[in-house]
Design a binder for this molecule. Structure first.
Ligand code: KG4
Ligand code: ZN
Length: 332
């Protein structure tokens, strides 16, 4: 814990520029998220562009986080930033800014793991979902199942072998002519379609707790090619509905297996895909105690980073100055 004082956290691991202020006991005072919205024309995040955008956006986002919290740096007792995993060029902006802010005031600093942060979103008020629980994190960048035994420890027991679940939504959306990121648009289109209209590869074929979505995307690609332009256009909603069902079933199947394997009776869900209606509905039917934080805490944000900082090593000035970011996690 940070002792007295507020926690100011920064998150720049991908394309959202985020700053947040929380109290040491996990009440959110501000949670500012500036989505860059400049990557859609490329169909994905371009690291160097994300990095330059973070440079421009981060100072006003930090100012806004402090202003919205009704505070100044004088009341901040701990500064935190995401160290990885993520895009190195993007991570560096928030991480270096955080270290510099801390160093200028000789404040302690906490380097936070992004996946731990997604899970720590559940520790925030008002839900304060307490370990032990099973966590499913499904976003554009990661898909994983983790056993969370206490506030500090997570053990990854399943992860994607190729695309992330959100990436599968985005690639499917692209094949169906929707914009980027396309998860929400695909969900809207799917609502008008019949999920039973097409068969996509069954998730059950793959044993264990790892995920794989690349085959599903290829199956949609072939389906679109076989149908031809005009027929695809006519059946877009059915394609979206069947494709979405396949993703949701793949997620659900592994969650069920993981609950069985670990004996967990409680489940926390995070990541942008947690916004998906059919997924939420399916998870709600599992009969376990469920925590799905509000959307602003499920997608990338800095309040979750501040929350994780409370349970991460805290370094005194100037010990943290030599720390560097990391692109991939080596937890397993
Ligand atoms: O956690 P997040 O905001 O950030 C990154 O991973 O960067 O997740 C974004 C992902 C995107 O792939 C997006 O398409 C997906 O979450 N997403 C959805 C929905 N809303 C966002 N996927 C399915 N259904 C949705 N309603
Ligand atoms: Zn994330």
């Amino acid at each position: 814990m940070s002792g007295d004082g507020l926690i100011l956290a920064l998150e720049t691991s991908c394309d959202d520029t985020c700053a947040a202020v929380i109290t040491p006991d996990g009440a959110i005072r501000s949670n500012i998220i500036s989505s860059q919205g400049v990557h859609d024309r490329f169909g994905g995040v371009v690291p160097e562009i994300a990095s330059r955008q973070h440079l421009t956006l981060l100072p006003p986002v930090i100012d806004e986080a402090l202003r919205t919290a009704g505070t100044t740096l004088d009341d901040v007792g701990l500064i935190a930033a995401t160290r990885g995993p993520g895009l190195v060029a993007a991570l560096l902006v928030g991480f270096c800014a955080g270290k510099a802010l801390a160093a200028a005031r000789e404040l302690p600093f906490s380097a936070v793991d992004h996946l731990h942060a997604h899970i720590a979103a559940s520790f925030l008020k008002p839900s304060e979902f307490e370990p032990p629980f099973l966590a499913l994190i499904a976003s554009g960048g990661h898909t994983l199942l983790a056993e969370v035994s206490d506030h500090r420890a997570l053990r990854i027991i399943g992860q994607t072998l190729d695309d992330a679940a959100g990436e599968a939504f985005d690639k499917g959306a692209r094949l169906l002519g929707l914009g980027y990121p396309g998860g929400a648009a695909l969900e809207r289109l799917a609502a008008e379609g019949d999920p039973g209209a097409f068969d996509f590869p069954a998730a059950a074929r793959m044993p264990g707790l790892d995920f794989s979505f690349a085959g599903l995307k290829t199956a949609l690609l072939y389906k679109v090619r076989d149908l031809g332009e005009r027929e695809t256009e006519r059946r877009r909603a059915d394609l979206a509905a069947a494709y979405q069902r396949a993703i949701v079933e793949a997620l659900l199947l592994r969650v069920r297996r993981a609950l069985q394997q670990t004996g967990a009776r409680r489940l926390a869900v995070g990541g942008g895909v947690a916004a998906n209606g059919p997924l939420r509905e399916a998870l709600g039917g599992l009969g376990v105690e469920l925590d799905i934080p509000p959307r602003s805490l499920c997608t990338d944000n800095a309040a979750m980073v501040a929350s994780a900082a409370r349970y991460s090593p805290i370094l005194a000035f100037p010990e943290y100055l030599e720390l560097d970011v990391y692109a991939t996690g080596e937890r397993r």
